[in-house]
Design a binder for this molecule. Structure first.
Ligand code: PMP
Length: 427
């Protein structure tokens, strides 16, 4: 049993010693003390089905024994010396990661977070092309440092500081967008942005395959192939942000971009890559990677032996436990059950996503698509009381984000949907 500080004690310490900007998901925050695969446990020993996975961060399952063992063994041996000496862990993991990517995407730079990975990717695109302008999508989230905050395109995540050189294209959002699911129509905005907003040449384009923070928005089919070709014509590079959609989460493919039939020039990743360990990466071609040799480039903790040992263990677990297949099978089942719930309750405006990256958007009026923000909060709170944790996203905070560890079972999916059904039935 847990004998540490109570929730109230932690709250009072946080108020005094931690940033006032720190978020908690619930008005009465949970004190989570243990994690085991797809379950979390609070200070009272109460079990929760974790359908958010630390924001799609935990892919193999909380404290997966193979990953823990890799971390512990490497920690006992050597913790940090990647930068100036040789050590096999970083090379082994880079090789394994390179082998998961198509074509010439073989050269890996390690970082500690998704923000760092995207900052580096954007800088490399700028160096390679000699241009500054980058295009990202409205409603995107790419990070919170100056460059990536510029690429992030939701007012709630943007501070009033100078963020230069990013243009935000119309979002190919099948639910709220004006062109529905016609990706090619949305794509026509991109040549316009280039023609009217830039010199005609650009550094690149960055996007997620499924917007996570933005509320699980799967880019309309046909959009990415059309835009990638426009970007190439303007001399730019295409960056795929796989921080949430990567590492087998979409089930049908290992990488989110593969669902769209495109091959990017640069791929960025974080979250799932380390199953909760701070780790990020940028993967690109040898030709593009060469730009960093123009100056010294250095990241103290990026690719340290402990994190890369964890990363290698994650890839092995995904393979060994067939987690991609499980994401496909359980994700398809869960989406079917959620879609059936939509037929029952008008409050559900949309069910979307792929594999174990699903979204449920709540609206008070299906025609007007009025965001049901308060209802979302209420149901989320009630779900927590029932023992289910989901995330929340979208600029109106009215979308449930369901991104559990990839070991999620049909039984967990049933528990989640039955709980939602029960709560909505009482509203
Ligand atoms: N890209 C995407 C798609 C993300 O969802 C996030 C984090 N929510 C980031 C980048 C930034 O990652 P980090 O928080 O590790 O800096």
């Amino acid at each position: 049993p847990y004998t540490g500080p109570s929730a109230d004690e932690i709250i009072s310490k946080r108020r005094k010693y931690l940033s006032p900007a720190m978020l908690t998901l619930y008005s009465k925050p949970l004190n989570i003390v243990d994690g085991r695969m797809q379950y979390l446990f609070d200070d009272k020993g109460r079990r929760y089905v974790d359908a958010f996975g630390g924001i799609a961060t935990v892919c193999c399952g909380h404290c997966h024994p193979d990953v823990v063992e890799a971390i512990v063994n490497q920690t006992k041996r050597l913790q940090h010396s990647t930068i100036l000496y040789l050590n096999h862990t970083i090379a082994d993991f880079a090789e394994a990661l390179g082998n998961k990517l198509p074509g010439n995407l073989k050269v890996v730079f390690f970082t500690n977070s998704g923000t760092e990975a995207n900052e580096l990717a954007m800088m490399m695109a700028r160096l390679y092309t000699g241009c500054h302008d980058i295009i990202s999508l409205r409603n995107a989230y790419h990070g919170n440092a100056l460059g990536t905050m510029g690429a992030t395109s939701q007012s709630i995540w943007k501070f009033n500081v100078i963020q230069s050189g990013v243009h935000h294209a119309v979002n190919p959002d099948p639910y709220r967008g004006v062109f529905g699911s016609d990706g090619e129509k949305y794509a026509r905005d991109v040549p316009d942005l280039i023609q009217f907003g830039t010199s005609g040449n650009i550094a690149g384009f960055i996007s997620e395959a499924i917007q996570g923070v933005g509320g699980i928005i799967e880019l309309a089919p046909g959009y990415l192939p059309a835009v990638y070709s426009t970007i190439k014509k303007a001399g730019g590079l295409c960056i795929a942000d796989e921080v949430q959609a990567g590492f087998a989460r979409t089930g049908s493919h290992f990488w989110g971009f593969e669902n769209h039939g495109v091959v990017p020039d640069i791929v960025t990743m974080a979250k799932g890559i380390g199953n909760g360990i701070p780790l990020g990466a940028v993967v690109t071609t040898p030709e593009i990677a060469a730009v960093l040799t123009r100056r010294c480039y250095f990241n103290t903790f990026g690719g340290n032996p402990v994190c890369t040992a964890a990363g290698l263990a994650v890839l092995k677990v995904i393979e060994k436990e067939k987690l991609q297949e499980n994401a496909f099978v359980v994700g398809t089942y869960l989406k079917e059950r959620l879609t059936a719930l939509k037929d029952k309750y008008d409050l559900i405006g949309d069910v979307r996503g792929r594999g174990l990256m699903l979204g449920v958007e709540l609206v008070t009026d299906r025609k007007l698509k009025t965001p049901a923000t308060l209802e979302t909060l209420h149901i989320m709170d009630q779900l927590k009381e029932t023992g289910v944790l989901v995330g929340k996203g979208g600029i109106y905070g009215n979308v449930f984000r369901i991104t559990p560890p990839l070991c999620f079972t049909k039984g967990d999916a049933d528990f989640l949907v039955d709980a939602m059904d029960h709560i909505m039935g009482k509203m």
